[in-house]
Design a protein around this ligand. Structure first.
Ligand code: 9MR
Length: 364
């Protein structure tokens, strides 16, 4: 057994060890490029996930099937990078399009993975269905129906949901984002979405998901205030997703730890929900140099270590990476720059970043 697996193996059953050994043998037989057949999901006692394209998307895992072997081997949790967003699932007031997401749910089940749903309520103009923007009826009833129909459809197949995404505006002082939902319903739309989701699937874990809550203290504080208010009024919320689109050198690991701990101390689950580590914020790199790759490795290691140390095991909802290979990262298009933020190169071989995650998970 590879020495990296030592710590994780200690807590494993015989069946788990047989599985690990079988996985290593399988990987070796397949000529895997992953060192010694190391399998991320086998090293963690929480879900290790990845965001995937599906349906008709250009990089859909149903079209670009070459990525499936790596995804199936390394991860035990999936999230749709796009096809479970509002516009995809609910394109007309009385029409839901579940086929693509159903196919993804089937894929997850067939491969022994859980599926995390992302996202029931999200504000961007291009994400809100046009019919919803023009809706002039009863917004409470409409939003309730939107959430309820979707969550009920996937009940038992989606383990957890991002119920509300990015509702906080981080301008100082932080405030509720003046989204369409906010304009129509005030801040009540957030708790109403949680209540509707819980009624539709009481077994699903319900998350609030946002970015920069690990870096902007006033945004973190505002979110903590929302959590405290929800808890005081028994609004069903089970966890917080820290998206963690972070830079190799920002924010400080101290601030990240403080953020995880503040949520864990409130008894909620913590997911790192969209992890990637950007390295080219200054646009001075034309390739991932060995030195930067090592800095990125250290960064991944300190983040996963912080998660393990600040979040008690029972409250770890898991870590999801926002994409498989560097070539598919959203960051390049969004920032119009080259980026290498993920664990795998475009040929599906591992980067030092992968080793950083492995080292954290194994306590090396
Ligand atoms: O990675 C996603 C990208 O492919 C989409 O074009 C974009 C808009 O739907 O959303 C990206 O994912 C976002 C996620 O849904 C919410 N948090 C920020 C992510 C990166 O922008």
């Amino acid at each position: 057994m590879h020495k990296l697996m030592g710590r994780a193996v200690c807590g494993l059953s015989l069946a788990g060890m047989v599985f690990l050994t079988a996985t290593a043998v399988f990987a070796a037989e397949q000529g895997s490029d992953v060192p010694d057949g190391v399998v991320l999901k086998s090293l963690a006692v929480f879900p290790v996930g990845v965001a995937v394209s599906a349906g008709d998307e250009r990089r859909s895992l149903f079209k670009k099937t070459d990525q499936q072997a790596l995804i199936n081997r390394q991860f035990n949790s999936l999230v749709a990078a796009n096809i479970m967003k509002m516009r995809y699932l609910h394109p007309a007031e009385n029409r839901f399009t579940f086929d693509d997401a159903d196919a993804l749910a089937n894929y997850a089940k067939e491969h022994g993975m859980i599926l995390h749903g992302h996202a029931l309520v999200w504000h961007p103009d291009y994400q809100v269905p046009t019919w919803m923007k023009n809706y002039s009826g009863d917004w409470d009833a409409m939003l309730n129906n939107h959430v309820e129909q979707i969550v009920r459809h996937f009940a038992g197949r989606v383990a957890s949901w991002d119920v509300a995404n990015e509702v906080i505006d981080e301008k100082v002082p932080a405030a509720y984002r003046p989204s369409l939902f906010y304009q129509k319903m005030g801040k009540s739309y957030i708790e109403k979405a949680f209540i509707a989701a819980h009624a539709a699937d009481p077994a699903a874990d319900l998350y609030y998901n946002d970015f920069n809550t690990e870096s902007v203290p006033s945004k973190l504080d505002f979110m903590l205030g929302m959590i405290d208010d929800f808890k005081a009024r028994q609004i069903p919320i089970h966890g917080i997703g820290f998206q963690m689109h972070v830079d190799v050198d920002y924010p400080s690991i101290a601030q990240i730890r403080k953020s995880f701990k503040a949520v864990a101390d409130r008894g909620l689950k913590v997911r790192i929900s969209e992890l990637d580590v950007a390295v080219n914020k200054h646009k001075n790199l034309t390739s991932l140099t060995p030195a930067v790759a090592m800095a990125q490795k250290a960064r991944y290691k300190e983040i996963v270590t912080a998660y393990l140390e600040e979040v008690p095991a029972a409250q770890r909802g898991g870590i999801t990476f926002w994409g498989v290979i560097d070539g598919e990262t959203w960051l390049s298009g969004f920032h119009k720059r080259a980026e290498w933020p993920l664990l795998f190169k475009d040929d599906y071989t591992t980067k030092p970043a992968f080793d950083g995650v492995v080292e954290a998970l194994t306590g090396k």
